[in-house]
Design a protein around this ligand. Sequence first.
Ligand code: TYD
Length: 213
Amino acid sequence: MTVRRGPFITLEGIDGCGKSTQAARLARWLQERGYSVERTFEPGGWEGGRTLRSLVLEGEISDPDTELLIFLADRSGHLASVIRPALEAGQAVLCERYSDSTWAYQAGGRGVPPEKLRGLMELCGFPEPDLTVFLKISPAAAAERLVKRGKADRIEAGGLAFMARVAGAYADLAKAHPGRIITVPAEGPEETVALQIRREVERALKNYFEVPR
Ligand code: TYD
């Protein structure tokens, strides 16, 4: 019997959108529905990724190309050692941040030319997620949450104008990929956001994945 590849779901949004809280809830819900879930994240969600994560978030990287290449290197390692093996084993992969983060932060936020990024992504051969949940929140509301959380990392410290560019890029991505990216308003109470995510993911799972195993 061949194992059907598991669904590949990513969670995206600007810093402070509540991604990790919602990822934990969604992972639990998927498990309750019988999925074996590999919950993971970028940057750094693999053996070896911890070094790259601290290099890119805490190191002194000021060159946008260098920053970009570290995120891509991290994704290559993550795909090879965590994401691909889990999908091939039939597990559902739930990943906080993936290629849309690179489009939003490095192209949208830092201004890396889109054609350059497209070329690099194609060279890397990264697969598209089946479904992406974009948690939409205004940069001002997200900044308020981040202040409560404490110290910002190097990228979060980019300021409101940077985060507004990232937010704009996410909105453009959602428009460009309406079949894959589901936009969920994320400013409301945690439970309300979680319910809406579940509703949308349930619908997508029915449409795309619920064929006999
Ligand atoms: P994240 O782990 O979500 O931050 P935290 O744990 O503090 O919530 O992401 C770390 C930062 O990395 C975030 O500011 C977004 C950034 N990032 C990029 O700029 N490009 C990328 O390709 C990825 C994956 C993340």
